[in-house]
Ligand binder design. Structure first.
Ligand code: IPD
Ligand code: CA
Ligand code: CA
Ligand code: CA
Length: 269
């Protein structure tokens, strides 16, 4: 994608996302209308849907040849990343949105022919925008994020991960994950994959790993973390197929190999 196209797309996407955030803050003044999707741990509100409808409408009107992959049903059914594809999660961290009214984000990644060009993660209540354009670095609002240092050893690292790793799962033996948790300095669970990617990019956690994330959870975060020199793979250290569900490991270079080799592959099912 040409730099000038990328720049104008970035400015447009940023404007819409900030506007969508302002709409969410306004809609939150009314009682939330909550529905259960597949099970009581999987919720959606009319605000999630309205936000996606708003962004999808804007994209389809101004960029009718672009495609959209998104969570709440306004997207396309794509099996290829050809052309320009937006991957949008209107509210990442719906459980936080419902229970805490904070710690959720709008996430939008824009890819062209499969290459990540623009990433935007907007912490709506913190009014904090993490962003990146391919080859131009990553930002937290106006502030450029430094390249990730090589990183501390695993024993001095803080890892964002949730306790699903401690429930029997299809990826890795629970015992190996207990060992990992005993090895690191601390673990944190924030409940929004997009924000957890952003925190890795910001360097306030050393890594983030989660089972089975969807394309819209990771699309923006991958671009932002890559721009600060982080590693973004699946938990086996392999390339991420953005069209599928992936169990993700994003972190600095130093701890990546150790987590993959000593914990995931050693305990692989
Ligand atoms: C979820 C959040 C959560 C992650 C889940 C996601 P949603 O997204 O990112 O942190 O653990 O796997 O599905 O449903 O709130 O958009
Ligand atoms: Ca959801
Ligand atoms: Ca999500
Ligand atoms: Ca969502």
């Amino acid at each position: 994608m040409k730099a000038e196209i990328r720049n104008s797309l970035y400015e447009q996407a940023k404007e819409w996302i900030l506007e969508a955030g302002a709409r969410i803050r306004k809609q939150m003044r009314d009682p939330l209308v909550i529905s259960i999707k597949s099970n009581p741990q999987d919720l959606v509100t009319t605000v999630d849907e309205e936000t996606e409808r708003f962004l999808a409408g804007k994209i389809r009107e101004l960029y009718p040849d672009h495609h959209l992959i998104s969570e709440e049903g306004f997207g396309d059914n794509l099996n290829s990343m050809k052309g320009t594809v937006w991957l949008i999660d209107p509210i990442d961290g719906t459980t936080n949105f419902i229970h805490q009214r904070r710690n959720f984000a709008i996430s939008a990644g824009i890819y062209h022919d499969g290459i990540g060009e623009i990433g935007l993660i907007y912490d709506v209540m913190g009014d904090c925008l993490y962003s990146a354009k391919k080859g131009e670095g990553a930002f937290k609002n106006e502030e450029r994020l430094p390249q990730l240092r090589e990183g501390a050893m695993l024993e001095r690292s803080v890892l964002a991960m949730n306790n699903k790793w401690l429930i029997p799962n299809p990826v890795v033996q629970v015992e190996k994950m207990e060992e990992l948790i005993r090895t690191v300095r601390a673990t944190r669970t924030y409940g929004s994959a997009a924000l957890e990617f952003a925190y890795v990019a910001e360097g306030i956690v050393d890594g983030y790993m989660t089972i089975q994330l969807s394309p819209w959870d990771i699309a923006a975060g991958i671009i932002i973390v890559n721009e600060v020199g982080g590693v973004t793979t699946n938990v086996f250290g392999e390339h991420v197929d953005i069209l599928k569900k992936n169990s993700i490991l994003v972190c600095n270079k130093k701890i990546h190999g150790r987590i993959v080799n000593d914990f995931i592959l050693e305990g692989k099912k």
